[in-house]
Design a protein around this ligand. Structure first.
Ligand SMILES: [Zn+2]
Length: 444
């Protein structure tokens, strides 16, 4: 190692895959529900199994959703697009090629803003997922099994520019992307099951220019692991660079138990996938009007809703963050908050009770029911004012030292005195009333 380690900056881009939750698969009519299939290889047909004669027919919904995601991420849309064959051999890919998009993806040149700056989005394309390999030991023999329920499920890939400067920014970008996909109601992004998969391209340089190498860390299934993997790579690569060595261009995996990345395979040069347009699928053409109408349909995104709710209903951001799951919940909550305001119930209080699960809320909830539930929850018993006055008098007499402190300006004793009054009175109290009566008594 050299005596004075240099300062390197992170240069990182992400590739995120997310399965779309269409009813059927990308190029056939098979059910798209790999996580709930009662047994392996149930949702298959000649097309998604790659049998001769199977003819792919693109899923219109999946294409529409991909373009909507692109519009939500400020992308430009290619009015002319096509599907290409990406050739490679692996047992989870029965055709010997994956239908993907090569040089003309549906969406390109977008961006997402994070707290650490803008992350450019290079492209968003649509492809089919592969089957799932299961490595097992059966009768003392190591075997690999393949389940094609997942084969042919629509999969979007969102690729960023190498604009990410810290591991925390990578995680923030990933979380925001997941939030938007869920909010648009186009994917579940269940990371544990592989419904969303992360890949980071990581290099270091003394300037912000792309260096001559990059390390890909693949198949990361949580944002926390991605952050850890990037931080680990930054240290590992800095040690090599300080030693005047260039890190090997390779694919690495993340070992969450050992907290290290490990080499999986070395890439000498770009792989040759022999891409060419899929001759079974005619190119796709969209009109400007079509794209404009999808753009108009697009709901305002979580960040916008959070700021609108703050303005309109005074909802705290920490509550909005938790409540804005998807576009339906957003619309319903908006109408509940508006109705609550009319009845002089603070929307923020309703938001809080929904999050604390003190009031029932689901997609079938009606505004009036939610407000009624809230009012019932906060209903207080009628209190005889003479009983309250008498109780306050007793408490003040019994706690003269607290009264003296209050008169000396230590107003925080009010909390203690309120507690004493509440203990004496067993019913559900309107504490603001008790407080104002207590203050009156203390001022006398
Ligand atoms: Zn099929």
């Amino acid at each position: 190692m050299t005596d004075s380690p240099k300062n390197y900056q992170l240069i990182c881009g992400l590739e995120v895959h997310a399965e779309l939750k269409t009813k059927s698969k990308m190029f056939c009519g098979c059910k798209n529900d790999p996580f709930h299939a009662p047994k392996p290889n149930l949702y298959t047909c000649p097309t998604c199994l790659g049998m001769p004669g199977g003819l792919p027919v693109p899923n219109k919904k999946a294409i529409e959703w991909t373009i909507k995601l692109g519009l939500a991420l400020n992308c430009k849309i290619n009015l002319f697009s096509k599907f290409d064959r990406k050739h490679y051999f692996y047992p989870d890919l029965p055709k010997g090629y994956q239908i993907s998009q090569y040089d003309i993806p549906f969406c390109y040149d977008g961006y997402m803003d994070t707290s650490e700056g803008r992350v450019g989005i290079t492209r968003i394309h649509l492809e089919e997922d592969t089957g799932k390999l299961l490595h097992k030991t059966i009768k003392n023999e190591k075997v690999s099994l393949v389940d094609f329920n997942r084969g042919g499920v629509p999969l979007v890939e969102v690729v960023t520019e190498p604009d990410i400067k810290t591991a925390a920014q990578a995680a923030e970008y990933g979380r925001k992307l997941r939030k938007i996909i869920r909010y648009l109601d186009i994917g579940n992004c269940d990371m544990q099951k592989g419904g969303m998969r992360l890949e980071a391209n990581i290099s270091l340089n003394e300037t912000s220019d792309l260096p001559e190498y990059k390390v890909e860390v693949k198949n990361i299934n949580s944002f926390k692991y991605m952050e850890q993997a990037i931080n680990y790579e930054m240290k590992r690569q800095a040690v090599l660079l300080n030693d005047d060595k260039i890190p090997t261009q390779e694919t690495r995996g993340w070992d969450a138990n050992k907290q290290v990345t490990f080499s999986q395979r070395t890439k000498e040069s770009a792989e040759d996938y022999r891409y060419f347009p899929d001759p079974d699928i005619p190119p796709l053409q969209f009109t400007k009007e079509q794209i404009e109408s999808w753009k108009k349909d697009l709901p305002s995104l979580p960040e916008q809703v959070i700021s609108d709710w703050k303005e309109e209903f005074n909802i705290e951001e920490r509550y909005s963050q938790l409540l804005i799951d998807n576009v339906q919940a957003k619309a319903l909550l908006g109408s509940i908050f508006a109705a609550a305001q009319k009845e002089n119930v603070k929307p923020n209080d309703i938001a809080k009770e929904i999050i604390n699960k003190n009031i029932k809320f689901n997609k079938d909830s009606k505004s009036q029911e939610v407000i009624a539930d809230y009012q019932q929850l906060h209903q207080t018993d009628d209190l005889d004012s003479s009983v309250l006055t008498k109780t306050i008098g007793q408490i003040l007499t019994a706690n003269q030292d607290a009264v003296t402190k209050y008169q000396a300006g230590k107003t925080q004793v009010i909390g203690f005195l309120l507690g004493q009054v509440a203990q004496k009175l067993p019913q559900k109290l309107d504490m603001s009333l008790v407080r104002s009566e207590l203050l009156k008594a203390l001022e006398n």
